[in-house]
Design a protein around this ligand. Sequence first.
Ligand code: GDP
Ligand code: MG
Length: 373
Amino acid sequence: MGLFDKLKEAFKKPEDYKAPIDLMKEQEETAIQEPVVEEVEVIEPVEVEVKETEPVVEENTQEKYTKGLEKTRKTFSERMNELFANFRSVDEDFFEEVEEALIGADVGFETSMKITEELRQEVKLQNAKKPAVVQNLIIEKLVDLYEAEGIGENNAINLQENGLTVILFVGVNGVGKTTSIGKLANQYKLEGKKVLLAAADTFRAGAINQLVVWGERAGVEVVRGKEGGDPAAVVFDAVVRAKKEHADVLLVDTAGRLQNKVNLMNELEKIKRIIEREIPDAPHEVLLVLDATTGQNAMVQAKQFKETTDVTGLVLTKLDGTAKGGIVLAIRNELHLPVKLVGLGEKITDLQEFVPEDFVVGLFKELMQDESK
Ligand code: GDP
Ligand code: MG
């Protein structure tokens, strides 16, 4: 079943739409995570309040996506409503408006053009006239293109079955590297893995401590050096220790100052070389973290990093805080880098593996129209 069919399925049965079986398994994992949230309370009083006022609701992944993508979905449906409010006929003006609406939703320029072009052909082919039919066609084109661009894409983290997995996190300041590492460390720890963190952002004041705090929340050790020290030395220490202690996962935090791009890239290369020297097939992932709220700017960053570093996947953060979730379509169509993780909130449990299906349902479910009307 294609993605669009799954979306139709979800539309038909909004009440009892159930996530696939393997997603239910994650729900169980969420249940196990509860005690750790308690730990967070000790460190951050603010979170205690949130915890106490909000009843503990078990959410499956689909629900997390639905919630995290709320802003994008709302904005997108507003645009659709505007588009169809003045709908008279499917003429050239209409197609131009569709294109504008898509570009406005950060779907990306190329992607918007492509979708509109396909829509033109499909509308002609089907002789579609009813707004509901045309609207569903727009969504179908979006979903189809999104799916087609993702064929052969591996969204899973390349975890080594035996031995150490090293994951390097890169990206400019403020995108959510440290936070994502903390969240991921917590997940892996709960899965019973031995996790180690390396505080290789020695550049920004407070960066080491921030990682240490996340380490405490997740209950994992942090290898650290001095502020202003050599990040490669910290990484070296961390790799040696991870090997010695038979750790399963080493997550490496890095600095992200972009004011000196050449230095940043040189530093990342040096870190990678050190890791490779100790473990020939590592790093197993180089994850570029992008802040979804920055929209097209995130695309520019991705292109820059891709040119100079072997990025293996993306972490797209702050999807909950933005209407620019359409950026995922642009990323697939224009960058061909798999999104591996998404940040859907600030809580320790708000990092999810990227599930294209949940993403699409979370984005478009409420936009589907009843064509019989
Ligand atoms: P870094 O400089 O790349 O390490 O970024 P940080 O990890 O320090 O994160 C910067 C800010 O983004 C922090 O205030 C985080 O709480 C926030 N943040 C990170 N991920 C998410 C997310 O998925 N959702 C929301 N709402 N905020 C996030
Ligand atoms: Mg950081």
